[in-house]
Design a protein around this ligand. Structure first.
Ligand SMILES: Nc1ncnc2c1ncn2[C@@H]1O[C@H](COP(=O)(O)OP(=O)(O)OP(=O)(O)O)[C@@H](O)[C@H]1O
Length: 318
């Protein structure tokens, strides 16, 4: 598999607080990479820094982000503009509320095409708008509808249609369906993943809902306190997560298959950036913590062919 996005040793600061620490991750062509972790673990910060969408006061003090071999962090704003939407598109959390209420959805899709494909003629744009709506499962006669005439799920589908309008290589989905009910969430994500198979884009899928991630991702990276603590194929994480934090996250969501089990939350709360615990940041909440965990930070090491874990329990550190 060839990489489309390679994040190397990326750190992100908000003022003097470090929100992401030396993260290295690869997104392969056609793959869905899931980012999991509790609120504040740095998932969105990582994804936005990697695509140069970080808001002020976010800064990237070190690291590289290679998109097809080109370092995104060194591109000029102009070069970035070309890349954005054309190559990398984002579906934000609550994006469905970002539609303009006084413009029909057809006209809003047309707007994206007109801006980024200035040579496209109107009939061609209309045809593409219809095609995009049907791709995401909305009847084409809804082209003239206004956002308030559509359900939440349909509005989110419109946002996905807009993200796919220019055939990007990478789609970042940040909690794309969180505001919707569970059935609609699964329908939309299922459809997105089928489109990915036919259109061939890669996805970075961010959510705190690990059961959705396991269902729809190929590979999952689990973040805690701004670091990746475990990374493995989704089914491996589901079958046998190794990091106690990953195990805790899995235990706090209903099982996808098999018998019902009692849901256990992770005791305690996520760390505060202003006062990170010493050693492994998870040690105060970890049921298996040892003395070393409070003293030294374990690095993210390969423990199996396709799995990396940052935990002293793994023994590769000694
Ligand atoms: N603009 C900002 N200024 C200062 N700190 C910020 C800013 N944005 C995020 N942070 C901090 O950076 C850390 C990581 O936040 P981030 O939003 O990336 O986490 P997340 O895992 O995506 O969480 P969520 O699921 O809640 O979005 C948090 O501690 C957050 O408070």
């Amino acid at each position: 598999m060839s990489p489309v996005l390679e994040i190397r040793d990326l750190s992100v600061d908000y003022g003097n607080l470090r929100a992401v620490h030396n993260v290295s991750l690869t997104l392969n062509a056609g793959e869905v990479l899931g980012l999991a972790g509790e609120s504040g673990s740095g998932k969105s910060t990582l994804a936005y820094a990697a695509t140069r969408l970080l808001q002020v006061p976010g800064k990237v003090p070190s690291g590289e982000v290679l998109f097809k071999g080109q370092d995104l962090l060194s591109l000029t704003d102009k070069q970035l503009q070309v890349l954005r939407w054309n190559e990398i598109a984002i579906v934000f959390q609550g994006a469905m509320n970002a539609l303009n209420p006084v413009i029909s959805v057809g006209a809003q899709i047309d707007d994206v095409l007109r801006t980024h494909r200035p040579r496209m003629k109107r009939p061609e744009r209309t045809a593409r708008g219809r095609e995009l709506l049907s791709l995401v499962g909305i009847p084409v006669d809804r082209l003239g509808s206004y956002p308030h005439q559509l359900s939440g799920g349909m509005r989110q589908r419109v946002m996905i249609a807009m993200a796919l309008a220019l055939e990007p290589e990478i789609v970042i989905m940040d909690e794309p369906t969180t505001a919707l009910d569970v059935v609609v969430q699964r329908q939309i994500l299922g459809q997105m993943m089928r489109l990915r198979e036919t259109l061939g884009f890669s996805v970075v899928f961010i959510t705190h809902d690990i059961s959705l991630l396991v269902e729809f991702s190929d590979r999952i990276a689990i973040m805690y306190g701004g670091r990746v603590v475990e990374e493995a194929p989704a089914d491996e994480i589901y079958r046998a997560a190794k990091h106690p934090y990953s195990q805790g996250l899995l235990g706090s969501f209903p099982a996808l298959r098999g018998p019902r089990r009692e849901l256990k939350g992770i005791p305690g709360s996520p760390p505060d950036l202003r006062s990170m615990p010493s050693g492994c940041p998870f040690h105060p909440r970890c049921p298996s913590a040892m003395d070393v965990c409070a003293e030294r930070m374990p690095s993210l090491e390969s423990v199996e062919e396709r799995r990396r874990v940052a935990c002293w329990l793994e023994g590769v550190h000694v």
